[in-house]
Ligand binder design. Sequence first.
Ligand code: HXC
Length: 510
Amino acid sequence: MKHILDELERRRAQARAGGGERRIAAQHAKGKLTARERIDVLLDEGSFEEFDMFVEHRATDFGMADNKIAGDGVVTGWGTINDRVVFVFSKDFTVFGGSLSGAHAKKIVKLYEQAAKVGSPIIGLYDGGGARIQEGVEGLAGYADIFLQNTLCSGLIPQIAVIMGPCAGGDVYSPAIMDFIFMVKDTSYMYVTGPDVVKTVTNEEVSHEELGGYRVHALKSGVADGAFENDLETLNQVRRLVDFLPLSNREKPPVRETYDEVDRAEASLDTLIPANANKPYDMKELILKVIDEADFFEIAKDWAKNIVCGFARIGGESVGIVANQPQTLAGVLDIDAARKGARFVRFCDAFSIPLVTFVDVPGFMPGTRQEGGALIKHGAKLLFAYAEATVPKITLITRKAYGGAYDVMSSKHIRGDVNYAWPTAEIAVMGAKGAVEIIFRADMNNPEAIAARETEYKDRFANPFVAASLGYIDDVIMPSETRRRIARALKSLKGKKLENPWKKHDNIPL
Ligand code: HXC
């Protein structure tokens, strides 16, 4: 009997050894943890239950029949993050470079099916070389099977991709469909085709880093939602994020006890807005002062900084915050900001996370680059996302709410539930100067007349009371009382029930 039991232990030890000591040492030498070490950091201690540890590939070409490693390059299973169940797959770069075979793909598909049944998030840790070259079409088929799962589970369970090494070819499209992508600085990169193919096709010479490192995706392309210093920090940040999210669309987000009083007043907010309307201020100061314990998980913090998106709690309840940032490009809405905001709003709506929107927006970004880049379609994404969202929507206009951007930013007209403004709000078609230059063009060479018209326009529109008199703003509130008023608004909306008309699905302007 004992030898049978020992055999299990022997096989387990062999599977855990992955591609062997040499390759594990090489992984460590690059500053990377192994697939299993990463899972240990991500999950609560001792909570991991592995599936399919003994799965092997079935390839025979190129000497593969005699080259099998139990687990086949991906570790899958489930465990807990702060006692809540999550499913995890972690690509093992030490085994065939973490490349994807038919068997490897089946392990991931099986995990997805289980996570969807149970209603728990999937977290994928990527570190691999794409389709297993020795297997040919099996790899392509396997990828498609996974893409289907990614798609069917979208909006059902949160899906988080963490790029911790190479992520190339077929591997990139799963993260792209998933909800969030995080990268590890300097050790991870993602691209559809690598430097060699680029050189052949375009004659361009680039490094992995230049082609798909975090500087490309977390700063420029917006493909990644954040990048962190190393494996440890990245995985700990993912734990933090999961704490804000419901496990699936079947349940409400978790509520966490807070010692931060909901009626805490913040006197400093009464002076946040500078006297000069053209002067910037930091919208994050408002966010941090309003939320519980200044605990803010920001999404895509280094991309499209003119809009700030992230998760926080107010009165212990998770909320999604969207805010224009006057400190970057005066908080204008451009293509990137609209894309970033729209995707975030849709995630929150899919997972019943109330939206709190802080508005200080001078409008949409003018210019040939923006128009030529399809600002109309991209801007419409944010509008569409807010308009279709049925979660509780609370809006606060701190200063500018000009033009179409006023409509877009969760206005009353697209079903904002509670719309507040500070006394400093200016709700108008455009700024006073621009408005006067258009409607009083004839007076343009009379500076005194123009100045008088500007003052007249400001007196009439540079305040929240016209909108409030029409019921488009529910109340004008003292800045110092913002936290209390938002917390109370959230409370009043707890029972909100709103459904969109039946349809197969909508047709968001992609
Ligand atoms: C099989 C692979 C592999 C692959 C790497 N390995 N990629 N084995 N299939 N795709 C193996 C290597 O043979 C090596 O094995 C080990 O993994 C480590 O690889 P190295 O090259 O030594 O590592 P490194 O120098 O760090 O380079 C990593 C890399 C490179 C950049 C990922 O390996 C690489 O370019 N791989 C190929 C990437 C690729 O073109 N994939 C196909 C994409 S096409 P040993 O035994 O020496 O440890 C695709 C199509 C799907 O994915 C489309 C679906 C829509």
